[in-house]
Design a protein. Structure first.
Length: 275
């Protein structure tokens, strides 16, 4: 299937999610977040990813409402933070996030981190939110294959999405395979590695071969692995550059060269040893 900025993938609950979006982690609350989201929506992005932790849910909501774009065309994600785990606490936290966003419905609500001892109760709360029609889809974030294997058999329904750090230096092949076989859409955060390793000779060589930036190569690599991708930027020119990845395709040998860069290198949190 040919990909475009308009392409959406079907989640296991029937909801359709854009394959490319804007992440707003570390985007400052206020003008910076509003301007970045407005620029992304004007360029054609329809997926915006925020979280309670980021402190900018309100500004995402304002930018969405002021865009003039129909609400059902924009896919908004936010997340449950660690201090709000537990059944009733998660329900209350969702309502606070919904009010901050100023939206009637959240398109995707995620468990941000698999907090030991409480994550199953939190997941039950998310299922209720979905059943009540307040969240169109629910999922998890930073779950390893081990965490998913613990959750899936104990739940009446599987997460629609698992959002994790994913890039060539953290090519989570086992996790990708597990998610694909169980109908869980894998979503890549920090696909640009926060700018680290962009001087790697392999990345530079492949970027030169296709006459693209390293960032574009990294995003395209994730897309060709079937992931939803949410690169973060607050600069309009970079947001536009990150979306200019649909008019070329990486050849198999170059995908394999990028796959081979894996060294289990996290630039964000590492949940591997979390019980």
């Amino acid at each position: 299937m040919a990909l475009s900025l308009e392409t959406r993938v079907s989640l296991n609950d029937g909801t359709k999610m854009p394959v490319l979006g804007l992440g707003v982690w570390q985007a400052a609350p206020g003008k910076e977040t509003r301007t970045a989201v407005a620029a992304a929506l004007e360029i054609g992005y329809r997926l915006i990813d925020t979280a309670k932790l980021y402190g900018n849910e309100r500004d995402v909501g304002i930018a969405v409402r002021e865009s003039g774009i129909r609400r059902d065309e924009i896919f908004v994600t936010t997340k449950l933070w660690n201090s709000d785990h537990g059944y009733e606490s998660a329900l209350r936290a969702f309502e606070r996030s919904r009010k901050e966003l100023g939206l009637d419905i959240v398109d995707l609500y995620l468990v941000h981190w698999p907090v030991p001892g409480l994550r199953h109760e939190s997941w039950k709360a998310l299922l209720r939110l979905r059943d009540d029609g307040l969240a169109r889809s629910v999922g998890v974030s930073n779950y390893t294959a081990r965490h998913l294997k613990e959750l899936v058999p104990a739940s009446p329904t599987q997460p629609s999405v698992n959002q994790v750090e994913f890039h060539p230096f953290l090519y989570q092949k086992e996790l990708l395979s597990y998610c694909e076989s169980h109908g869980v859409q894998l979503e890549a955060y920090s696909p640009l590695m926060k700018g680290h390793r962009h001087d790697d000779p392999v990345l530079l060589g492949i970027a030169a071969k296709y006459n693209r930036t390293v960032a574009q190569i990294l995003i395209r690599w994730s897309l060709q692995h079937g992931l939803v991708v949410i690169p973060k930027s607050v600069r309009a020119e970079r947001i536009r550059e990150n979306a200019s990845v649909f008019d070329f395709e990486l050849r198999r040998e170059d995908m394999e060269r990028l796959d081979a860069l894996d060294e289990r290198s996290h630039t964000a949190w590492n949940p591997d040893d979390l019980p």
